[in-house]
Write a protein that binds this ligand. Structure first.
Ligand SMILES: [Zn+2]
Ligand SMILES: [Zn+2]
Length: 625
């Protein structure tokens, strides 16, 4: 982090909540100074989820001190002191810093050294302002809330160390983190949500429920789908495929590697090579290069220019789908052509950025490419949005919005004509509007080759997740010289739409694990039913019930252990099995089963066929719990 000084204009952009939080940093400093008057303060900005203040002093603040500090802070908030803004001359500010009065309750023997340094960093001609609440005066551009009493609720959260201005040549400071909200209820909700998020963490649940594994020897960021996780993935794929078939997509398969030449044509190589695995080179070529005494640096250059060819682990599916399109002649009557693939791609993510299923190095996109005419862009985008509505609705992720990335009209970096852009941007806007999806427009956020839509969903506990995207592309059809035959028999360029609305199956499953807290609806859940005989005497009957379930295509197992029935139920509940079927003498005599569901508990006695019919219906309709 470099010097993160913001312009006074940028500072005024603070949201109301940021103002509350930044003001709370002043209150924190006030409280610390009442206890340790010698503390030297540096910067105290609002950050995501709260604020911090950096300071230097001999006493090392520990969480055990938080109670004491918070008590002082409460007094400051209760006193409801106004935040008073005072504009001073540079000379006056320097004098106050020398007297130790900035970031302080009054004059001190030591100068306010960090404030002095910050002061010197303020450009000539920029207004210098102080903020005062009670006895505390700070050098600050603001803004703040009106009074300390406007800080509804706060809490100190952690301590870290940080170099002054993020530079390791500078002194190391103590960084005290806290958070603040306008109301106590919001503060409580925030901490509840953190607790809830911890419980739902897909890395933790993924291991506990045996869904997936990441093994260092296989490679960081490379996901091993275990049998139970594979079931969830397969069910999702089937669901999405069904919807794609309804929308007239056809599925294709393409290889995991392709020639560098292909990615040179598409432009993915060498431009994005920092985010790709390095190229693979044929053994014979390597031998030749070694004989020539080619150095690594030379090789890298020759790969870039195309003098040496190799293969690339597929970073994108698009070029392969383009080759499928280009392999036959197309008339305007054939369009749109929609090629879908659960295509696995490989990207080089820095190891520090990897995490569970949501940041990985190999992943399978719910990818598709649509080749269409200009006029078909609008209905095709609408189709993409409809698919998203259907899938997210089924999964109970019904709160979502889209972000439309538009071009920067003043820039010349874009391919395609301004008329094409206007039409495509309008198509994105129209689609969002007609489907009643909340959307925001972000000028300058489009790629150079076309405008796009990103999807952001809210999960059950209110967190935002960015999923995939729909992107209009004028560039690749040009680079690959794609055509179709127009009604007047001339060759025209099709428009291409890339769409992977759920991003990748890895990421989507990670989000779903957290959204459902591991308790998947019956159609997705790895184990739909478990037969639990009360004792050995009923095992035979239990096995016959299990067979009936398996015949009915229900994913079911049996617990033949010698455990007590209570323990069997607890285990099944813990493993988030949808239905537990308890069998004892009474059930066996009546030819019935006692059904317990994960969500409702005891549901009473059913005949096997009634239960099979019921669960099959739930699965077929993809009902939610
Ligand atoms: Zn301030
Ligand atoms: Zn693509």
């Amino acid at each position: 982090m470099a010097d993160d000084r913001k312009s006074p204009e940028a500072r005024q952009q603070m949201t109301d909540l940021e103002k509350v939080r930044h003001s709370c940093a002043h209150v924190l400093a006030t409280a610390i100074l009442r206890i340790w008057p010698e503390a030297q303060f540096a910067a105290g900005p609002p950050v995501e989820n709260g604020f911090y203040y950096d300071l230097e002093m001999d006493h090392h603040i520990a969480p055990a001190d938080f109670g004491l500090i918070e008590t002082e802070m409460k007094k400051v908030v209760k006193a409801n002191e106004p935040f008073e803004r005072i504009v001073v001359s540079r000379e006056e500010a320097v004098r106050l810093a020398k007297e130790g009065r900035l970031g302080a309750l009054g004059p001190r023997t030591e100068p306010s050294k960090f404030k002095m340094d910050i002061l010197q960093g303020i450009p000539e001609g920029e207004e210098i302002s102080l903020y005062r609440n009670g006895d505390f005066t700070d050098l600050c551009a603001g803004p703040h809330v009106l009074r300390t009493g406007n800080i509804g609720a706060f809490k100190l959260t952690s301590i870290a160390s940080a170099y002054y201005k993020g530079d390791s040549n500078n002194p190391q400071l103590q960084r005290v983190y806290g958070t603040a909200f306008k109301t106590r209820a919001e503060l409580e909700q925030y901490f509840n949500q953190i607790e809830e998020a911890k419980k739902r963490d897909h890395r933790k649940l993924g291991r506990e429920l045996e869904l997936f594994e990441i093994d260092d020897e296989v490679g960081p960021g490379l996901v091993l789908w275990k049998p139970k996780g594979a079931i969830i993935r397969k069910e999702l794929q089937t669901f999405i495929s069904e919807e794609l078939r309804h929308q007239g997509y056809t599925e294709v398969f393409t290889p995991h590697i392709g020639k560098l030449a292909l990615y040179r044509t598409s432009g993915h190589y060498p431009y994005y090579r920092d985010s790709q695995f390095p190229p693979l080179i044929e053994a014979a070529t390597l031998t030749e290069l070694a004989a020539e005494g080619c150095s690594c640096a030379e090789l890298s250059n020759r790969l870039k220019t195309g003098d040496v060819d190799g293969y690339l682990l597929k970073p994108m599916n698009c070029p392969m789908h383009i080759k499928i399109y280009a392999s036959s002649l197309h008339s305007y009557r054939d369009l749109p052509i929609r090629l879908a693939e659960f295509g696995t791609v490989y990207r080089w993510e820095q190891s520090g950025e990897l995490g569970g299923m949501t940041r990985v190095r190999g992943f399978t996109q719910d990818d598709a490419h649509i080749f269409c005419t200009e006029e078909q862009v609008l209905p095709e985008i609408q189709g993409c949005l409809q698919l998203v509505l259907k899938v997210l609705g089924t999964l109970g992720l019904s709160e979502y919005r889209v972000r439309i990335g538009l071009r920067d009209v003043d820039s010349a970096k874009y391919v395609g004509s301004p008329e094409q852009w206007e039409r495509a941007e309008d198509a994105l806007r129209q689609s969002a509007k007609t489907l009643g999806v909340p959307y925001s427009e972000e000028p300058g956020e489009a790629a150079f080759y076309g405008p796009k839509i990103d999807f952001i969903v809210k999960d059950v506990i209110g967190r935002d997740w960015q999923l995939g995207t729909v992107q209009v592309d004028y560039n690749l059809p040009e680079r690959f010289g794609l055509t179709y035959v127009a009604p007047d028999n001339t060759a025209r360029r099709p428009v291409m739409i890339h769409r992977a609305p759920f991003g990748s199956l890895e990421r989507f499953c990670g989000v779903l694990i957290e959204h459902f807290a591991g308790s998947f609806p019956v159609w997705l859940t790895p184990e739909q039913a478990r037969v639990l005989p009360i004792s050995d005497k009923h095992v035979e009957y239990a096995r016959s019930v299990l067979n009936r379930l398996l015949e009915g295509q229900i994913r079911a197992t049996i617990d033949e252990s010698s455990d007590k029935i209570g323990a069997k139920i607890r285990l099944a509940q813990l493993q988030k099995v949808s239905y537990m079927l308890v069998l004892g003498a009474r059930e066996e005599e009546a030819g019935k089963i006692a059904v317990r569901s994960r969500k409702n508990g005891d549901e009473g006695a059913f005949s096997v066929s009634d239960f099979v019919e019921r669960i099959q219906k739930e699965i077929k309709e993809r009902q939610r719990d």
